[in-house]
Ligand binder design. Structure first.
Ligand code: FUL
Ligand code: CA
Length: 488
């Protein structure tokens, strides 16, 4: 999916969803850049810098640039492995807390330009962004606000420098789909030789409003991520999961009840969102395929298995969030074999599972169809198109659709999607199954749906009839997709 197709599809989606006779949108609503982002669901982080060579997680900022020597750097094989894992984008740590810039910045000598690797002519940002484009993945940037190398860090002079770095990244490397602002801030460091502790006021030092405005100006289609949005919120943990009930909307709040800013949020609220929250600010689950964010030889035995990755997928994407899976390149500049094998199987399993919507063969009956108009009929649930949806009359807030199969169908995964441009409307659903002419047996109950709700059943279900009931909604429900799948 190119960025243009994505953009186009989101604006067509909004137009179609808000067609004449359509339900009025409810509550906080997604922007078109957020709608594009919702379609991605899985993308990767690449944590790569001097730490890869020192074995540390947080570099001090005093590292010799010459230690950065990925002798067999293969951007195409890195990106193609991510693609095989079903990743739709890649976000590179262009500068981590140590301050070492992976591109030849004009703002500091502490960069790849000062490394003897490729005689100072290397540019990891260029190589990864171009490889991403060649393989059809979107490209995003991580630029650590905390800089343990820069002498100006902690003084007002650092802010314009940080913005110049951001400007370089957002103007020289093509379209950017996401800009990732880290919340870890201030502390001890090298700071040009001062070697001291520098603390900053998280709520005022960075003047985030103006930095975010710069992103809007240079890359208007990019989503901005931080602990506190504005487009995408941190899920509040680095373990890769959302709360079992998790809303796309949130009323953000600081840890002690004050305003939310990067580095100061109420993580309890981030993990679950807020029902009827003030802002559409969907969550992203960032997690590493290894214990650390950077590659360390002593973690080669601790790579997540395909089973682990599937579990993360169900607990992030399956709860309405996205999965940002970190895959750290090793010292060669490649994805280590164990990681690559896990990633490939993770991709294959999802591909096999979602290949066939077993629900598609059903005969459908809905308890209510908006204005009895086929444009809002239940067939829209099975057309593999998020832009069409089943909706009810305005005064109908509970409704059901029955799926009847010519022969019993075997499945163990259910997928439900709401029509996002109309807001998050559903508060509770139930799934029941029945034998032919038999009584309904409860199978599952959930609350939040949003972009994607995945339900795993404990064992395989074999039934000729399945019923989806909306048991509670804040406004007449509008569902765009329903699927039954069988995992491998
Ligand atoms: C954190 C950082 O401190 C980690 O090193 C890593 O980059 C993670 C994604 O974010 O705040
Ligand atoms: Ca549809």
């Amino acid at each position: 999916m190119t960025r243009r197709t994505l953009l186009l599809s989101a604006s067509i989606a909004t137009a179609q969803l808000r067609q004449s006779g359509a339900p009025a949108p409810y509550g906080a609503l997604p922007s078109s850049r957020q709608l594009n982002w919702h379609r991605l669901e899985t993308y990767s982080f690449l944590h790569f810098t001097v730490n890869t060579f020192t074995g540390r997680e947080w570099g001090e900022g005093d590292e010799d640039p010459n230690i950065f020597r990925p002798e067999a750097f293969e951007p195409d094989s890195i990106v193609s492995t991510l693609k095989q894992a079903g990743m739709r984008g890649v976000i590179l740590t262009c500068k981590h807390h140590d301050g070492f810039c992976l591109w030849p910045t004009a703002t500091t000598a502490h960069s790849i330009r000062s490394s003897s690797w490729r005689n100072g002519k290397g540019d990891i940002v260029r190589d990864i962004s171009e490889a991403a484009r060649r393989h059809g993945l979107l490209f995003g940037v991580y630029l650590s606000p905390w800089d343990r190398n820069n002498p100006t860090y902690g003084t007002p002079a650092y802010i314009p420098l940080y913005r110049r770095q951001l400007t370089e990244l957002l103007t020289n490397y093509g379209p950017i789909f996401e800009v990732w602002f880290d919340g870890a801030n201030g502390g001890t460091g090298y700071y040009g030789g001062a070697r001291e502790k520098r603390t900053i006021d998280k709520s005022t030092y960075y003047d985030w409003k103006n930095t975010w405005a710069l992103v809007r100006k240079l890359q208007p289609d990019a989503v901005i991520f931080s602990d506190a949005g504005p487009d995408i919120r941190w899920i509040g943990n680095e373990k890769g999961f959302a709360a079992p009930t998790c809303w796309e909307t949130v009323t953000p709040r600081g840890e002690h009840g004050g305003p939310a800013v990067p580095g100061d949020i109420d993580t309890q609220r981030s993990i679950a969102g807020t029902v009827d929250g003030a802002e559409w600010m969907p969550p992203e689950c960032d997690v590493s395929i290894r214990p650390g964010w950077f590659w360390h030889a002593n973690e080669n035995q601790k790579v997540r298995t395909p089973d682990d990755l599937m579990d993360l997928y169900f607990k992030s994407v399956g709860r309405g969030a996205s999965l940002l899976l970190n895959v750290p390149p090793d010292r060669r500049g490649q994805i280590f074999e164990t990681d690559a094998a896990s990633l490939r199987e993770f991709g294959q399993r999802r591909e096999a599972m979602f290949k066939t919507n077993l629900g598609a063969k059903a005969k459908l009956t809905a308890s209510n169809i908006r204005a009895n108009d086929p444009r809002f009929g239940p067939a829209n649930l099975l057309d593999d198109n998020r832009d069409t949806y089943w909706a009810t009359n305005d005064n109908v807030r509970t409704a059901e659709v029955t799926f009847e199969f010519p022969a019993p169908v075997t499945f163990d995964v259910i997928r439900i999607r709401e029509a996002l441009p109309l807001g998050q409307r559903i508060r509770a659903v139930a799934i029941d199954v029945a034998a032919k002419g038999g009584k309904w047996t409860p199978l599952a109950k959930e609350n939040s749906i949003g972009n994607c709700r995945l339900i795993r059943t404990e064992s395989k279900i074999n039934a000729p009839r399945v019923r989806l009931s909306i048991t509670e909604a804040a406004a007449s429900p509008a569902l765009s997709e329903f699927g039954l799948f069988l995992s491998a």
